[in-house]
Design a protein around this ligand. Structure first.
Ligand code: AMP
Ligand code: MN
Ligand code: MN
Length: 337
């Protein structure tokens, strides 16, 4: 357990981030081959930020390998991200990379079966914006004020004099639009709009990307969504709403667990709730928990106590205790705040 300072990244002010970016650029510039990895069950920021740098490095002549931990499957709503075919399975990842870069990954454990490679890397550059980041790299570029890890990738590309091109721009746009909730969350600053504006000059297919990322679902998923909303539980006293998706639901509707990622964003529309929780049962019986807050409650604190992490507004953790016990603990934590 870490103790003492609760927010390890708090101390990393703007000049410290600048200095770390410079060190990261030097490490990458000093090696002809680089290994890139993002967190397990990658989201739009994890995939988009990693693929953007992968494209830029490959184009500039680097040897670059990009991967993410087992299960090596990309959720279908990320299908419009260019370069998914350039990803290598974790089995093809170098065991002892000279320089390794991680993306959107708050802790070593989030690298799954790529964790040994990270430990063996000559230089480990950690690019992230989670305040809960444990700083497991030799060079830590942690900026919680960045809306997405993709923002840090753009800054790193500038340091390396790597020009943007269409594929990098589409990937960075996906990172931005996913982590800002389509430019709706608090993180949506002028800097975010400036970057988005720069990116869309590169022929980003905004409507097609938006539909794939957020709008389009198989009918089977919509029916499962209906069921999950019908049996959702509102706890007015705690301003808390939750629902669970079990393996039996996934089987009955013929839906994969990755398709359910956006369900929490529907449930969090509940006017009576400050905090929203969706619990998803994995095939091995473990429970993947997603927490969302409107801001009055810092859900990262709840997730961190459970061994997870995230942000004030969006956090998560994995539980081995089943749905009922896990949601009871979340409610107890909320009640104790
Ligand atoms: P999700 O609910 O899966 O979309 O995750 C919301 C936020 O919490 C993201 O920023 C994740 O990086 C973080 N998060 C989710 N699960 C975990 C976990 N098991 N450990 C650490 N951070 C997590
Ligand atoms: Mn992420
Ligand atoms: Mn992110």
């Amino acid at each position: 357990m870490r103790s003492g300072r609760e927010d390890p990244a708090d101390a990393m002010d703007a000049p410290a981030v600048e200095a770390a970016l410079t060190r990261a650029a030097h490490a990458i510039a000093g090696s002809s081959s680089v290994a890139l990895a993002c967190h397990v069950n990658p989201d739009g920021d994890a995939l988009g930020s990693m693929l953007a740098l992968h494209h830029a490095l490959l184009r500039a002549g680097w040897e670059s390998v990009a991967s993410f931990p087992t299960p090596f499957e990309v959720a279908t709503h990320y299908r419009e991200l260019p370069g998914l075919d350039l990803l290598a399975p974790p089995s093809a990842f170098p065991a002892e990379p000279d320089v390794m870069v991680t993306f959107d990954c708050g802790a070593l454990g989030r690298l799954g079966d790529l964790e040994p490679a990270a430990k063996a890397a000559g230089e480990l550059v950690v690019l992230d914006h989670h305040v809960s980041n444990t700083r497991f790299g030799t060079i830590n570029v942690i900026d919680p004020s960045s809306a997405a890890t993709g923002v840090l990738v753009r800054r790193l590309m500038e340091r390396l004099a790597l020009p943007l091109d269409r594929d990098s721009a589409v990937c960075l746009y996906a990172a931005l639009v996913c982590d800002t909730g389509r430019f709706q969350y608090e993180t949506t600053t002028a800097e975010v709009f400036d970057l988005a504006s720069e990116l869309v000059t590169f022929d980003v297919p905004v409507p097609r990307l938006s539909r794939a990322l957020f709008e389009e679902h198989r009918f089977a998923y919509l029916q499962l969504l209906g069921e999950a909303l019908t049996r959702a539980v509102l706890v007015p006293d705690l301003r808390f709403v939750w629902t669970a998706i079990r393996q039996s639901d996934l089987h009955r509707f013929g839906v994969s667990i990755d398709e359910v990622e956006g369900l929490v964003d529907v449930l969090r529309r509940t006017a009576e709730a400050e905090v929203t929780c969706v619990l998803k049962e994995e095939a091995d019986g473990s429970i993947r928990v997603s927490l969302r807050s409107l801001g009055a409650v810092d859900v990262r604190r709840i997730a961190q106590v459970e061994g997870g992490g995230g942000h004030r507004f969006a956090a998560g953790f994995t539980s081995l205790d089943g749905v009922e016990a896990t949601v009871a603990r979340v409610q107890a934590a909320l009640g104790a705040l």
